[in-house]
Unconditional design. Structure first.
Length: 677
């Protein structure tokens, strides 16, 4: 991990956090738009509900005969009763719910609304002074529908409904005496059955419409509240995620600082490693090139050798085996002569061809004859053309051998160069291995420092099992964060170790029984050896009257009886050697088995010790498996070491006893009685 990659990871995490916040803000703004639309729809339905209230008031007034100025107050009371469940609903968004860019802006609509609100306040004041509909004016936006709510009531519901609505309106604005008298007269007229039925129908229709509007308003409000609650719950979860991401950013920032501290050292190591790799690649390329050159030179050398062989074959064709002049002409063909060789700078140089001639290639004793310096002549009776042809072939042979010698020198130079490059490659590989080891150690140190950075882990309450008296302690510094999977694995491992412990104990008992049998067998062998020693001593005393000095037997010649005894002793020695070899093999096998079992037992005891320490830390989580888990590993290990030391001493004693018996047997085999004659 480099600082650049860590910084890139931080940027990706920051981008993810920004995307989470942006997505939530989009949902929030969408919900705000939904609220604005819901408020608009609710306001429309409240206006319709106010109209229904006015209609219901006029219908009730027409059926009961309400007259005079009190009818307007009844309308106001009915509207207030209809709108009372929704009095807490605002007409528009609250100021702090408005978009930030629109909170301080004043538009023409705001000015018109302010003027309208001012006129409404003035009208309220005038109505209050006149004793009219001022009581309903406190409802704000519901006043405007109430003023026009009497209009549909006047055109609906027959004579009675229209009389009631007109009376309420007249009471609000002030009626003349004749109009009031007319209204009283009309109210005093009893209603017919048709009018009563129509009034009842109107009341039921108004109540149905009221319940329907109320249900629609409540459903819209409930749907918005559900969406708001879901968004609020999502906000809580996102806040937890964002906080966790921000804490992760803090951890990554600490890691970035550590990586920047280690970056310089890592860059130096990487440069060294890259330099070593470049050197190695360069050397490998040179070795490859040198190998190709060697192969090419070898191919060319084989061609030259073939050409020289062709010259010799041509000589054999000219001079068959039956030719009487073959021997002198072959001697002339292989003779060392003075030749002139052109130098690089021009001119000639005389030299002896012996300096460049390979004597192993001649294969003829005549080639060793020195040139006497005399003039070379054609053998008597030989054809001059054959002689000249042999001389020409000799020149060709010498030319080929000169070229072969030059190629061999070139090949030797290339071979030495290749060996030097191979040696240099080994040195570079050693340096590269050292750099890799340094990098591994550096990475280990860097990872150790990174592992020391504290990381915040979010836990749910049901995951916490570190309780004191059933309560979560204030100090959690002694707590251990451990996965449930690993905990279950350790619990299973405890059971497995219990089974392994039982198996090891049974195996240990078997080994003890086997050891007892071996000790018993050893005691019997020692007893037998002692008997043989006593017998040998008695034999010496009976035959010679004294104990024989076996060293003196090596200084005298052996007799016929001694040879027989030596043969018998040799057979016994071979038999004893075989027995000793068998016992040595058995002991070695048992020792190897004991070592393997000791190592396994030691590993198991170490694992048991670690698990016991972990068990003590987990306290209440592993109390069920704590009882009777292990014996004292130190005492057990001490007993095993003592037992192993005793076995080693026993084996050493047996080896010494066997060596002593071998010495005595050798001495008895070489004894000679002639010196006592």
């Amino acid at each position: 991990m480099t600082p650049q990659r860590k910084r890139h990871a931080m940027l990706e995490l920051e981008e993810a956090l920004y995307n989470i916040k942006h997505a939530f803000n989009e949902k929030f703004f969408a919900l705000r738009d939904v609220k604005r639309k819901v408020l608009t729809d609710v306001r429309v339905k409240l206006n319709a509900l106010a109209e229904l209230a006015a209609l219901a008031s006029s219908t009730a007034g027409g059926s009961t005969g309400v007259t005079g100025g009190g009818g307007g107050a009844d309308v106001e009371a009915t509207i207030a009763a209809y709108l009372a469940p929704f009095a807490s609903i605002p007409s528009t968004l609250l100021p702090d719910e408005q978009p930030a860019e629109a909170r301080e802006a004043v538009t023409d609509e705001d000015l018109a609304a302010f003027a309208l609100r001012k006129q409404e306040e003035e009208r309220k004041a005038a109505a209050a002074a006149a004793g009219g509909l001022g009581g309903f004016a406190t409802t704000g936006g519901a006043k405007r529908p109430a003023a026009g709510a009497t209009a549909p009531a006047q055109g609906h519901g027959g004579t009675g409904a229209g009389s009631g609505a007109g009376t309420g309106a007249g009471g609000a604005g002030g009626l003349s005496a004749s109009e009031e008298a007319l209204a009283k007269m009309m109210a005093a007229v009893p209603q017919s059955e048709l009018e009563k039925g129509l009034a009842a129908y109107n009341r039921r229709r108004v109540e149905h419409m009221r319940s329907k509007l109320t249900e629609e308003i409540n459903s819209m409000i409930e749907a918005f509240n559900d969406a708001h609650a879901a968004l609020k719950a999502e906000k809580l979860g996102l806040e937890a995620d964002v906080k966790a991401g921000e804490m992760r950013l803090l951890v990554m920032l600490q890691e970035l600082q550590l990586l920047r501290e280690f970056d310089k050292r890592e860059s130096v190591l990487l440069q060294k490693r890259q330099a070593k790799l470049d050197d190695k690649q360069e050397i490998v390329d040179k070795i490859t090139e040198c190998t190709d050159k060697l192969e090419q030179k070898r191919v060319e050398l084989e061609g030259l050798i073939a050409r020289r062989a062709a010259v010799i074959a041509e000589l054999d064709a000219i001079l068959p085996e039956t030719d009487p002049y073959r021997e002198p002409l072959v001697r002339i063909f292989h003779r060392r002569i003075k030749r002139s060789k052109k130098k690089a700078g021009g001119g000639d140089e005389d030299y002896d061809s012996e300096e460049d001639e390979d004597e192993d290639e001649m294969g003829d004793d005549e080639a060793d004859d020195d040139d006497d310096g005399g003039e070379e002549v054609c053998p008597a009776g030989c054809d001059q053309s054959v002689y000249e042809r042999v001389c020409d072939l000799r020149e060709k042979r010498l030319d080929e051998e000169d070229m072969i010698a030059e190629f061999q020198k070139t090949i030797e130079v290339l071979r030495k160069e290749k060996e030097a490059l191979a040696k240099k490659q080994r040195l570079v590989e050693q340096g590269l291995a050292a750099v890799n080891a340094d990098m591994a150690e550096f990475q280990k140190e860097k990872q150790g420092r990174l592992n020391q950075v504290e990381v915040v882990v979010s836990l749910k309450m049901h995951q916490v099992e570190y309780l004191i008296d059933g309560c979560l302690p204030d100090d959690l510094s002694a707590a251990l964060v451990f996965s449930a999977t690993q905990l279950r694995r350790l619990q299973r491992r405890v059971d497995e170790l219990e089974d392994e412990k039982v198996a090891l104990r049974a195996q240990h008992k078997d080994l003890k029984r086997e050891q007892a049998a071996l000790l018993k067998d050893k005691a019997e062998k020692e007893k037998k050896v002692a008997e043989l020693e006593a017998r040998a001593h008695d034999v010496q005393m009976l035959k010679f009257g004294q104990v024989i000095d076996l060293e003196l037997l090596d200084k005298v010649s052996s007799s016929r009886g001694t040879e027989d005894l030596k043969e018998e002793l040799r057979k016994q020695e071979l038999q004893y050697a075989r027995e000793l070899a068998e016992w040595d093999a058995k002991i070695a096998a048992r020792m190897d088995e004991l070592v393997v079992l000791t190592r396994e037992n030691t590993a198991c005891l170490n694992a048991v010790s670690e698990l016991t320490a972990a068990q003590r830390k987990l306290e209440t989580g592993l109390t069920a498996t704590r009882k009777g888990l292990f014996a004292d590993p130190v005492q057990q290990r001490k007993a095993e070491v003592e037992e192993r030391d005793a076995l080693v001493q026993l084996v050493n004693a047996q080896a010494q006893e066997i060596d002593r018996l071998k010495t005595q047997l050798l001495a008895l085999r070489r004894k000679d009685t002639s010196m006592y004659a």
